[in-house]
Ligand binder design. Structure first.
Ligand code: GH3
Ligand code: MG
Ligand code: MG
Ligand code: MG
Length: 297
């Protein structure tokens, strides 16, 4: 289990050891420093879950320390609880103005401090889980589950970025696995899935960072190649095709080969994306009808 750390910034040794005594548990580490300056350094280094911050200290005071923490991307999300003898309402308000999450007055009741810290720790845990879920959801929304390639939606969006923001030539490749139904029928659906993943990985290895590789449909892959010549595109398309045809697939004691057919077009900015897709599909169709295992430009 990941251990949480609470950073305590207070110039009083006594307060620090009392707080440590109240809060420390086997899963919660208390790290103590005695000035705002040290607190800022420790916050950046340790990324504590929570900061308990004194206000009156030598050097920069707690308000300024809090402001500095809140102005840095590295530390701005760490909740700060002030623990201070300044408990008039102006001081409390100022604490919240500089970004505090909570305020505890000295002398404090140990159980109250413990309860407040617990609430904040629970909130942080929920926030972390939500952030994790959001990240997963965002990835899921743009990724094909089986091959982990970008999906059609992401491809279309990203292609528009290339088309509108950069005036570079763009080529589209559309590949379709030949006789894929036969692979499923002869060796099973798992073998078909394995072929889809392996072909994706072969493509990934041979493409550049800036190329967009997507699973366009069942056994179709659309690739966007920016900033490339016609000749380089045709060479690359045939290299991808040959690499797949050379590969020996192995699934459930069956070994077999497979081939792919590709359509190639230069992206035409004077017509719609849909029309470009239909043109590249047409090129692919020509490849299929003229014998498969070839690339047509
Ligand atoms: P062609 O050479 O003309 O492209 O023929 P084909 O058999 O490859 O094409 P067809 O469109 O007849 O069949 C494609 C098959 O791909 C049908 C569908 O069941 C299968 N398929 C689609 N998605 C998946 C998938 O995720 N996994 C597996 N195993 N099969 C899939
Ligand atoms: Mg103090
Ligand atoms: Mg096919
Ligand atoms: Mg197909």
């Amino acid at each position: 289990m990941e251990k949480d750390t609470i950073l305590v910034v207070d110039d009083s040794d006594i307060i620090c050891s009392i707080v440590k005594g109240i809060l420390e548990t086997p899963s919660l580490h208390i790290y103590i420093v005695h000035s705002g300056e040290e607190g800022i350094i420790a916050a950046k280094k340790l990324h504590p879950t929570l900061i308990l911050l004194d206000i009156i200290m030598n050097g920069i005071d707690g308000y300024e320390t809090c402001q500095i923490l809140k102005s840095s991307d590295e530390t701005k999300d760490i909740p700060v609880i002030f623990i201070t003898g300044n408990n008039d309402s102006d001081s409390v308000l100022k604490g919240f103005e500089v970004g505090a999450a909570d305020y505890v007055s000295k002398p404090f009741i140990p159980e109250e401090l413990k309860a407040r810290v617990k609430v904040h720790m629970q909130n942080i845990k929920i926030q972390r889980e939500l952030q994790f879920l959001m990240k997963e959801l965002k990835e899921m929304a743009v990724t094909d589950y089986l091959t982990k390639l970008y999906n059609r939606r992401y491809f279309a969006d990203q292609l528009q970025v290339y088309v509108t923001q950069y005036m570079l030539p763009i080529f589209l490749l559309l590949f379709d696995i030949d006789n894929f139904k036969k692979i499923n029928d002869s060796y099973g659906h798992n073998a078909g899935d394995m072929v889809l993943v392996t072909v994706s990985n072969i493509f990934k290895l041979l493409l550049r960072e800036e190329d967009i590789l997507s699973r366009w449909g069942g056994e179709e892959f659309m690739i966007c190649l920016p900033n490339i010549s016609e000749e380089e595109t045709i060479d690359l398309a045939n290299k991808l095709r040959k690499e797949v045809s050379k590969y020996t697939f192995n699934c459930d004691n069956n070994t077999f080969q497979c081939t792919i057919t590709g359509g190639i077009i230069k992206y035409d900015r004077s017509i719609s994306a849909e029309k470009n897709y239909s043109n590249v599909d047409q090129a692919l169709y020509l490849g299929k009808s003229s014998g498969k295992n070839r690339c047509i430009y």
